[in-house]
Design a protein around this ligand. Sequence first.
Ligand code: C5P
Length: 223
Amino acid sequence: MSVPVLTVDGPSGSGKGTLSRILAHHAGWHLLDSGALYRLVALAGRKRGLDQDDIQGHAKLAAAMDVSFGLEAEHVSLEGQDVTDAIRTEEAGQDASRVAAWPPVREALLGRQRAFAEPPGLVADGRDMGTVVFPVAALKIFLTASAEERALRRYNQLKEKGSSASLSALSREITERDARDSSRAVAPLVPARDAEVIDSTGLSIGEVAARVIELGRRRALWR
Ligand code: C5P
């Protein structure tokens, strides 16, 4: 029997991560944070001292690295070391977006990502979940928000964690990362043709979640 998959794609800071967590919790399904995998590849490369343009070296790490995710993907470890905070910095995000543009790295992560689809179901969060990794997902969401609002959400998130951040620098980084993610040749950030596009500008995460839960109900994914 095939496992139901719900995909949540969109640009950084759109609220995908929080939404995916709420949905996985609501449905009692597994959660795949695919962005964390790209962040881990970049971090593993740094730890090994790989050259920044060593595509094949990073692809090998992507296939072989030993990673584990805690419940609801909150805690992440690499080769037995807790790297939960290390992969969440803006720098780690920029690094991830660089290695994510390399086809051999994406190819190496494909099987790993698909292996997360285990009963009773999976919520998959990323950029190409609905277009490439799970093209026959039962429900595909593409979540957006204005660049200003996304930068502001990131700023507030970082401040909550006690990290210092500059709103203008975050805004610039988000725009740069969007441009790189949307213009790359392989698996660019675009909504799947059959995705439900939700603009969350001005909506609370609770309002967005309620909307998606209703969509899932209509498709008989849950009650
Ligand atoms: O979602 P997150 O910010 O953790 O993703 C980090 C980077 O990983 C993104 O900017 C993007 O370049 C890359 N990524 C990707 N495909 C995915 C998930 C993330 O290319 N499915």
